[in-house]
Design a protein around this ligand. Structure first.
Ligand code: CP3
Length: 355
């Protein structure tokens, strides 16, 4: 099927585009009143994510409001450990938790790659439903957490401030940590493959917590597994190839190594100047990012100025060309952001980048 708007995929292939494409991490979420209404109807976030029709509805909500250039599957990275038997639940105001966190070598030995056809069927069903409803308007992004980031939640049992449990495991028993990361990596590859087979047209890995590691530990416990995913994930050839985006918070020092991983794009947070990111990847991959999400709290004029600066920075670092850039935030949106400001941002990207 030919896409009506393929700017996002063209930018990921570093082909010329009429305007810089834009989508926003967490573009579906609590900042939209229609999202809150659907969530209420579903009863909970998880009930909504596990219902393909409702997951499709909330995926499409931001696209009805804003001319975004891509849709992202509405789901969560923690569906994978949930399917591995850890028992995901959410406590209002406290975020995600697991009933059965991974604490010992025995816990790790019991883990297995979940069956995508049964345990995670609701995700691939959602992908198929969304593709049908999008009807070729914009591409659909599928996603997974990175092995390290999933391991953080699996070992900590939820969010963490210092990641003491998961880092202690890596330091005290690196062999056990590598067994855990190995099985999670197998699961991530199977999960992304299943989303691609169901119709996802680009795939993003969220390495949200890679940046909490020292460089030595980042390379050993996070980067190595991102490289394995980029190498082993089957994704076709040429213009039919499904691009893989490796997003990481705090990954500025590793952009060059990530560009050599075999992935098609890297996502950057706002602590790196976009022009420097362009120079670090040197045209080998596309770059996605990287406006500070807090910019959305600023005035419309300030938002436009920041978008203009980011676009110019990319062009300056990329030899005068706008190619190879997907506009995004450096991390996800927050529930108290103003939808009107999102409209300003999206319009600014399209207007200021138009040739
Ligand atoms: O970008 C999108 O619109 C797609 C949907 C998406 C969600 N989570 C929906 C969601 C994506 C891509 C994610 C990824 C995710 N989930 C990550 C990696 C990206 C990142 O933000 O760093 C992480 C670390 C998680 C784990 C997780 N799930 C957290 C920390 C939370 C927030 C808990 C809270 O109360 O704020 C969730 C729940 C979640 N996932 C929500 C949404 C919209 C909020 C749920 C609600 O409606 O209450």
């Amino acid at each position: 099927m030919t896409l009506k708007n393929d700017r996002f995929l063209r930018a990921l292939r570093r082909q010329p585009v009429d305007r810089t494409p834009v989508w926003l991490m967490r573009q579906a979420g609590r900042y939209l009143p229609e999202y809150r209404a659907t969530r209420k109807q579903a009863g909970s976030f998880l009930a909504m994510a596990k219902n393909p029709e409702l997951a499709c509805e909330v995926t499409l909500q931001p696209l009805r409001r804003f001319p975004l250039d891509a849709a992202i599957l509405f789901s969560d990275i923690l569906t994978v450990p949930d399917a591995m038997g850890l028992g995901l639940y959410f406590v209002e105001g406290e975020g995600p938790k697991f009933r059965h966190p991974v604490r010992s070598a025995d816990d790790i030995a019991r883990l297995a790659v979940p069956d995508m056809e049964t345990e995670l069927r609701y995700v691939t069903d959602a992908v198929r439903t969304i593709r049908r409803e999008l009807d070729g308007s914009v591409p659909l992004i599928g996603f997974s957490g990175s092995p390290w980031t999933l391991a953080c939640y699996m070992v900590e049992g939820g969010g963490s401030k210092d990641f003491a449990k998961v880092k202690s495991l890596a330091l005290n028993d690196p062999a056990a940590m590598h067994r855990l990361l190995g099985v999670v990596t197998d699961a991530v590859i199977a999960y992304l493959s299943a989303q691609r087979a169901a119709g996802a047209q680009a795939l993003q890995v969220f390495d949200t917590w890679g940046g909490v590691l020292s460089p030595r530990m980042y390379r050993e416990f996070s980067l190595r597994y991102l490289q394995r995913i980029a190498r082993e994930l089957e994704r076709g050839d040429g213009d039919q190839r499904t691009p893989l985006i490796l997003f990481g918070k705090g990954n500025a020092a590793y952009l060059g190594e990530l560009a050599d991983s075999g992935a098609e794009a890297v996502g950057a947070d706002w602590l790196v100047e976009l022009g420097d990111a362009a120079r670090a990847v040197g045209g080998r991959v596309a770059v996605q990012g990287n406006l500070d999400p807090v910019t959305l709290y600023a005035s419309p004029d300030a938002i436009r100025d920041e978008v203009g600066r980011a676009l110019d920075s990319w062009r300056d670092g990329n030899g005068g060309s706008r190619e190879g850039h997907v506009f995004n935030l450096g991390h996800g949106m927050s529930p108290d952001m103003d939808p009107e400001h999102v409209a300003v941002l999206v319009d600014a990207v399209h207007t200021l980048s138009a040739r």
